[in-house]
Ligand binder design. Structure first.
Ligand code: AMP
Ligand code: GLY
Length: 430
């Protein structure tokens, strides 16, 4: 066997815990390092401190650790150009360059790219001032979607019930009141109704290969009520991505992205995460792209990594080496689900430092408790974030996976713990 690898994962959430766990299982891997990691990740990787918003610090850390492979979890390091820097140093890294990550970091770029490349998406207008918004709004019918250009950690999208509300939202974006800094551009978009789907494709600059699909649950409350969050739970089943849809999304979305980005001099390598609305139209279901993310999703990754039978390192290698067309990805048949346990108050203000009980090591491969926001202190695991844990399980079907995940969650507690009891409700006909 060739040399066993040292793998470095950048990030600190449940997504990174799942990626570290999958990497640690690979027979090709000798050591997993995570920067900065968290209390749970420390059980499967050596955690080293780093500020994930400091480009020079991250580059210095990767140079000091000298891993065989670096995997970038969150979007901020991508937006800062970490991949460009590491590639410039001749290092192997999974993730897109800064120019390729614009698919996620600029909603205006993404919309214009989709239009240029014939990728189905909602009708839109890009405005660079509030004065430009006013005459455009009457062309839309309410509700209308207002999006700030640029990364906004999930807070940059407002679904306005009336045109007046849309104008107020745009005003708050341009003034800086909504996001702390003024938006330079705002996208107005037609509102689409339907079921959302997260579609994941591995891309190597030339080829796009479908990995799997999942459904996230973004609202804090049951029945999709209340404010948006980073994601309160996700499930993945074969039924979410029948072969016909897999082929359609690969050909009409993912491969068009890869071809278009290559033609525009920004070859796309890494994970393409397409947010889709399945819109019912004339008796058929039409998939429309809501957004692109240029990284793994959280909590989708927790559910996907537990279904992945292939070696995750082979997936990373194929993207880096331009051999994704030869990649055979196998997923466990059936279902997986990740249920997020969050702090009281999330997605608003919450406090850290609550002791978590019931975290004994899981001995079966059917359930895993991935940590989203925890810290190890004096031998105990404490809450350290809005989303705290992602209890994840596989099963022959969704019901079985849900039974295992909720069964495990029932044994876990911390002060103020909140979670949704209805993850997967749409698939169960709820
Ligand atoms: P985005 O960051 O663009 O994915 O938007 C965040 C969330 O807003 C999506 O997951 C959808 O739930 C919702 N959303 C975005 N665009 C639209 C749209 N055109 N119609 C309806 N909902 C949307
Ligand atoms: N689950 C949504 C995201 O990762 O952006």
């Amino acid at each position: 066997m060739s040399k066993r690898l040292k793998v470095l994962v950048l990030g600190a959430g449940g997504r990174e815990h799942a990626l570290c766990w999958a990497a640690a299982k690979s027979p090709r891997v000798a050591e997993v390092v995570c920067a900065p990691g968290n209390g749970g990740i420390a059980q499967v990787a050596r955690c080293v401190a780093v500020d994930g918003s400091d480009l020079d610090a991250m580059v210095a850390l990767v140079q000091a650790e000298a891993p065989d492979l670096t995997v970038v979890g969150p979007e901020v390091p991508l937006a800062l150009g970490l991949v460009d820097k590491l590639e410039g140093l001749g290092l192997r890294v999974f993730g897109p360059t800064r120019a390729a990550a614009e698919l996620e970091t600029s909603k205006a770029f993404a919309k214009e790219f989709m239009q240029r490349n014939g990728i189905p998406t909602a009708a839109y207008t890009i405005c660079d001032s509030l004065d430009a918004v006013k005459p455009e709004l009457p062309k839309f019918s309410a509700p209308v979607v207002v999006k700030a250009d640029g990364l906004a950690a999930g807070k940059g999208v407002v679904i306005a019930a009336t045109l007046d509300e849309a104008e107020e939202a745009a005003a708050a974006m341009f003034s800086g009141e909504l996001l702390g800094e003024p938006a330079r551009r705002v996208v107005l978009e037609e509102f689409l109704e339907g079921e959302e789907l997260s579609f994941f494709a591995v891309c190597d600059g030339k080829h796009a290969i479908a990995l799997a699909a999942a459904q996230d649950h973004k609202r804090i409350g049951e029945g999709d009520s209340g404010p948006n969050t980073g994601g309160m739970g996700a499930y993945s089943t074969d039924a979410l991505l029948p072969d016909s849809l897999r082929h359609w999304l690969t050909a009409n979305v993912a491969q068009k992205v890869v071809d278009g980005m290559a033609a525009e001099g920004r070859p796309f390598k890494g994970m393409l995460f397409v947010g889709i609305m399945m819109v019912p139209r004339d008796g058929a279901i039409v998939p429309m792209v809501l957004e692109f993310n240029t990284r793994f999703g959280d909590p989708e990754t927790q559910a996907l990594m537990m279904r992945l039978e292939s070696d995750v390192i082979d997936v990373f290698d194929a993207a880096i080496d331009g051999t994704a067309n030869k990649l055979k990805v196998t997923m466990k048949a059936g279902a997986s689900v990740c249920v997020i346990a969050a702090s009281a108050g999330y997605p608003g203000k919450y406090s850290d430092g609550k002791a978590i009980s019931g975290l004994e090591a899981d001995t079966k491969n059917e359930v895993m408790v991935f940590h989203s926001g925890t810290a190890a202190r004096e031998g105990a695991i404490m809450t350290a974030g809005g989303r705290v844990l992602g209890v994840t399980a596989v099963g022959d079907d969704l019901r079985k996976a849900l039974e295992r995940a909720y069964g495990r969650l029932d044994g876990i507690s911390f002060a103020g713990m909140q979670f949704r009891r209805d993850i997967g409700w749409r698939a169960l006909g709820g």
